[in-house]
Design a protein around this ligand. Structure first.
Ligand code: ADP
Ligand code: ZN
Length: 810
């Protein structure tokens, strides 16, 4: 526990778009419980706002200070040592400090009603045994009420209660869990079985299984029904008569919510291959210094095993570890493997958790009860006090970039945070980003490689099929699922294997056109075409979600029927069902996984081989390990090539190489059929050869010539507003100010303002300014000065979002 506040004043970062911190007086009533990392409620102008305590202050400063109104936490949300990190993030991304910290914290703190303490099984036993010190027993007694006790009412009854409670929580005698106003009904309870005090007199039939249950309960004194079911799957039914006859007691207790769905069996670490051992050794040699490492390992080369060894090392030294993995689908797998190795020592942070669950995980970390954190991008902010290693798996993945609010890149922050903790950071990938490869060239990163698959399986053979050959074909299907791909699928199915068909575009028809006037059916609020979704029987806008009924007439001419051209995953699915009527076909994309739990359900189907052909978007391309997939079909490799984005080629290369890597991970070799209109494009060729260096060497001259990253630093300003003219004028004003500020040598390039490629989203008009320069400090200083300019600040109806190191230029 960090030291409590001992002075009269504190420095607070309020959650408001302001550029400085403020000093408040902290009344004696709160002082004993307050420390940096906790939230406070403070007056600000005529409002009351939430802020974070950064530090204690001896002096009030030149202005009259106001009093803190309330202390909102019983425990710091982050260690004091993280404040330097937050300040760095706030400065680099030009985002207010208080709002930066808020973005780093788990969502849901705001609507949090109360934290409640509940007595654990261990706590109940300790209370019963009567051996606890007086004050601990009293607090435990208060918390043993069925609904627990809120921390607020505890401190009201007992001023020292909070401190005692923290001690109890560390000893696992109580659990403190966030009870959200909206979620009180969702608190999980669990049945616990124990033996009664008196021996039962009523005799019942004792089957072998019932005897086994009794033996287990006798041994454990008390067990949860869940763990009992692990020994005797039918326990739930078997115990009912035992309870009725008085042989067993059942109580309902609240339990800590656990994100883990199914039990995982512990594994034993395999012996490392020579390559793995060499990699581990090299990183171990740098364990106590900041050492950024790019680990390039072909798909299936055993990177995850390497990560686990490094994490085990860090933990053995008493330090923590952060493991970042992209996207939920991957988490479902990586989490399982880490659980199998590290058991309950890990916390998991990802978007499939409910808010309450996320808060609980966060609390476990900040209390130091666990020190391995696995999660998606936001886990980079996990409140680990002393970090021994940070891993970023699939470092090239775009999901590490947050695209709203605090627009950070978790991969880049991993490097910054590792530097602050003096520890190694491992960026792993089979298709490393151009940025990271360049850092290796510049000797900022050192490179390690895993060149072979663990089971010595060869990489899949990739065949390119030129789609141009079939565009004249009278058979519509042949134009989309070429005869080559069709044959390969048939062959795969005949051998009893699974096929993965990839198309990075969802929906049924992606290009609805009026048959009479020829206009495309667009979204009324966005500057894009609608997509027909057959299952939903609606046209959907993929940007704002607007829906139109499917038998609509052309809104433009009012009479024409809509012809549904273009194809997405939904259409591919239905074509495959027609072509292969005996095959079981499933689809995995944003639409089919919208319901909670459906992603995992589809993945389970693939794993259990209850589907033969699985069609999907990039959700399916990443990181999964499905041994029965021997064929990967890419419907159209070029979809993302033509996007107006300097990373279009990189994105395409990575996606294709990744999806190809899904084939042949089991005993049988894999095959990939890649359909394309551009078989001679260097990106497609490099993907075919699965050679990231070939791609890197051909891509970098373009980037260099056009001064794109990694040969420059970029900031993009995204200017948007409801009024077209005002938005344009504001964008022009911002650009004028930037030009005036652009005095430092070497001068920055200011491109724009231009209208965004997608000119309107959700009725907001969009303009952009791109600033390119050799040094991030220079362009960052210009942008900070521009947004602070009174002329800019005055306009409230147009917003300027700052995107430092932007990914999406659309
Ligand atoms: P990557 O993360 O590089 O794609 P994985 O870590 O998923 O590769 O490894 C591929 C498979 O090989 C996994 O099933 C993993 O359990 C297994 N594996 C990894 N290392 C070893 C090893 N040293 N010995 C045996 N099997 C291993
Ligand atoms: Zn729309």
């Amino acid at each position: 526990m960090p030291p409590m506040i001992s002075t009269d004043y504190i420095e607070v970062a309020v959650i408001l778009p302001v550029n400085q911190t403020y000093v408040y007086a902290i009344p004696g009533t709160f002082r004993a419980d307050a420390c940096p990392g906790m939230r406070v409620l403070v007056p600000f102008g005529r409002r009351r706002v939430t802020g974070y305590i950064l530090a204690e202050k001896k002096e009030s400063g030149p202005y009259k200070t106001k009093d803190v109104l309330d202390l909102l936490d019983d425990h710091p949300l982050f260690p004091e040592s993280d404040i330097a990190f937050f300040k760095w993030v706030s400065g680099y991304y030009i985002y207010p400090l208080g709002e930066t910290i808020k973005a780093a914290m788990p969502a849901g703190l705001d609507c949090m009603d109360v934290s409640c303490a509940f007595v654990t099984v261990k706590g109940a036993k300790a209370l019963e045994a009567g051996e606890l010190p007086h004050e601990e027993a009293r607090v435990l007694g208060l918390a043993s009420a069925k609904e627990g006790i809120s921390l607020k009412s505890l401190s009201r009854r007992d001023p020292a209660g909070a401190a005692v409670l923290r001690g109890l929580e560390k000893k696992d005698l109580v659990q403190v869990t966030a009870v959200l106003q909206t979620q009180t009904a969702g608190i999980k309870t669990e049945k616990f079985i124990s033996l009664p005090r008196e021996t039962p007199t009523l005799q019942i039939r004792m089957s072998a299984k019932r005897q086994k249950i009794l033996a287990i309960v006798r041994e454990a004194r008390e067990v949860s029904l869940t763990s009992l079911k692990r020994h005797v799957p039918t326990a739930a039914n078997l115990i009912k008569p035992l309870v009725e006859a008085g042989w067993l007691n059942v109580v309902n207790r609240r339990v800590f919510r656990d994100p883990l769905g199914e039990p995982v069996t512990p594994d034993t670490p395999p012996e490392l291959t020579d390559e793995q051992a060499a990699v581990v050794k090299q990183i171990q040699a740098r364990a106590d210094v900041f050492s950024p490492c790019l680990l390039v390992g072909v798909t299936g080369s055993g990177k995850t095993e390497v990560y686990m060894r490094l994490v085990a090392d860090a933990v053995a030294k008493g330090r923590g570890a952060i493991v970042l993995v992209p996207e939920i689908a991957l988490i479902s797998q990586t989490e399982g493997r880490f659980r199998a190795r590290f058991g309950e020592k890990i916390a998991v942070i990802h978007s499939m958790l409910s808010q309450g669950e996320r808060l609980d995980q966060w609390r476990k970390i900040s209390l130091g009860k666990v020190n391995i954190v696995i999660g998606a991008r936001s886990a980079i902010f996990a409140p680990i006090r002393e970090i021994g290693i940070i891993i970023v798996d699939e470092e090239h993945d775009y999901s590490y970039k947050q695209e709203s609010g605090l627009r950070y890149n978790a991969r880049d922050l991993a490097v910054v945070r590792a530097k602050m903790h003096n520890c190694p950071v491992v960026l792993g990938s089979a298709t490393p980003s151009v940025q990271s490869c360049r850092n290796v060239m510049l000797k900022k990163f050192f490179k390690l490689e895993l060149t072979r698959r663990v089971n010595n399986q060869t990489l899949p053979e990739i065949t390119l099929v030129d789609m141009k050959k079939y565009q004249g074909s009278s058979c519509y299907t042949d134009r989309i699922i070429t005869p080559e791909l069709g044959r390969a699928i048939r062959f795969c199915l005949e051998k009893g294997n699974q096929a993965l068909i990839f198309l990075n575009r969802r929906g049924f028809s992606t290009f609805p056109v009026c048959a009479s006037c020829g206009k495309t059916l667009g979204c009324p609020y966005c500057d894009v075409t609608m997509t027909l979704h057959k299952e939903a029987d609606r046209y959907k806008c993929h940007l704002c979600g607007h829906l139109l009924i499917s038998d609509i007439r052309c809104p433009d001419c009012g009479t024409g029927k809509i012809r549904n051209l273009g194809f997405g995953t939904e259409k591919i699915e239905s074509m495959l069902k027609t072509l292969f009527p005996d095959a079981r076909v499933a689809r995995m994309d944003q639409d089919s996984t919208a319901r909670k739990g459906s992603t995992l359900a589809i993945l389970r189907q693939i794993r259990n081989r209850t589907v033969d052909i699985i069609v999907g978007t990039q959700m399916l391309a990443k990181g999964h390990d499905f041994p029965a997939i021997t064929l990967v079909g890419v419907i159209c490799a070029d979809l993302s090539l033509s996007l107006p984005d300097f990373r279009a080629s990189e994105r395409t290369f990575q996606l294709l190489a990744q999806v190809a890597g899904r084939a042949g991970r089991g005993a049988e070799p894999g095959r990939v059929i890649m359909q394309t209109f551009n078989p001679d494009h260097f990106t497609i060729k490099a993907a075919r050869n699965q050679d990231y260096l070939e791609f890197f060497n051909q891509e970098t001259p373009f980037r260099k010539a056009l001064m794109y990253p990694p040969f420059s630093r970029m900031i993009q300003l995204k200017i948007s507003g409801k009024n077209a003219d005002k938005t344009r004028d504001h964008a022009r004003l911002a650009a004028d100010i930037l030009v005036r500020l652009n005095t430092l040598e070497p001068q920055a390039q200011i491109l724009g303002p231009i209208e965004a490629a997608i000119q309107k989203i959700s009725s907001r008009y969009r303009w952009q300014i791109l600033i390119k320069g050799l040094y991030s400090e220079n362009i960052s200083r210009m942008v900070s000065a521009m947004v602070r300019d009174p002329a800019i600040q005055k306009v409230k109806s147009v917003s300027i979002a700052i995107d430092v190191d932007p990914y999406s230029l659309l």
